[in-house]
Design a protein around this ligand. Structure first.
Ligand code: FE2
Ligand code: FE2
Length: 198
């Protein structure tokens, strides 16, 4: 599998100051959003399977991913239920909505954009879960949980880029990923801070 030289990618813009404090101030609220994000990630992976049923590399990777994300959802839901919180319906994620708006619908671009948007989203998730884990020192079990989640999301964004370079040339993938990363950096600056992953 062709792998991308990660040093050619735009560096990740840092999460705005205040995000961590906002999350820690309403950690129960954050957990509810986190559960929702994992469930949606699993659903997104299965939607890729449905969209590209004849592409073995996509089906193989996305089935595995769907199961892994669903496991994350189960683990977060266990935390929610252990805290005796009432599970609630998913809310719209304005960050995901804005990034999905960058996906070009034409056939020749759609797959590239789905994969590179997913890579951008997973990279941000990896950064934020690691940031959170670094600051959960008073709860070692929760800290280990978020370290594991961060490591998993780190693998995922590289997985999406690996898939992209199986279908498109490396320069095209890097160019699109970097464009989307720059847009993403603007999006996170404009969205209000919430006790949520995004
Ligand atoms: Fe996940
Ligand atoms: Fe993920």
């Amino acid at each position: 599998m062709a792998r991308i030289d990660l040093s050619q990618l735009s560096p990740l813009a840092a999460t705005p100051r205040g995000w961590l404090e906002t999350v820690l101030a309403d950690f129960d609220g954050f957990l509810m959003d986190h559960a929702s994000a994992e469930k949606k990630a699993s659903g997104m992976a299965m939607s890729m399977v449905s969209h590209y049923p004849d592409q073995p590399s996509i089906v193989r990777a996305m089935v595995e991913l769907a199961v892994e994300e669903l496991n994350h959802y189960r683990e977060v839901m266990r935390l929610i239920l252990a805290r005796q919180l009432t599970p609630a319906a998913d809310l719209k994620d304005p960050y995901i909505h804005a990034l999905n708006g960058q996906v070009r619908k034409a056939n020749e671009h759609f797959l590239l954009d789905r994969l590179t948007v997913a890579a951008v989203v997973e990279r941000r998730g990896a950064e934020r879960f690691a940031l959170l884990a670094d600051n959960l020192y008073d709860d070692p079990a929760l800290q280990r949980f978020y370290q594991a989640i961060a490591a998993s999301e780190q693998r995922h964004w590289e997985l999406f880029l690996d898939l992209a370079v199986e279908h498109f040339d490396v320069a095209t993938v890097i160019e699109r990923f970097n464009e989307l990363s720059q847009r993403e950096a603007k999006i996170i600056q404009t969205l209000p801070l919430r006790a949520a992953l995004h």
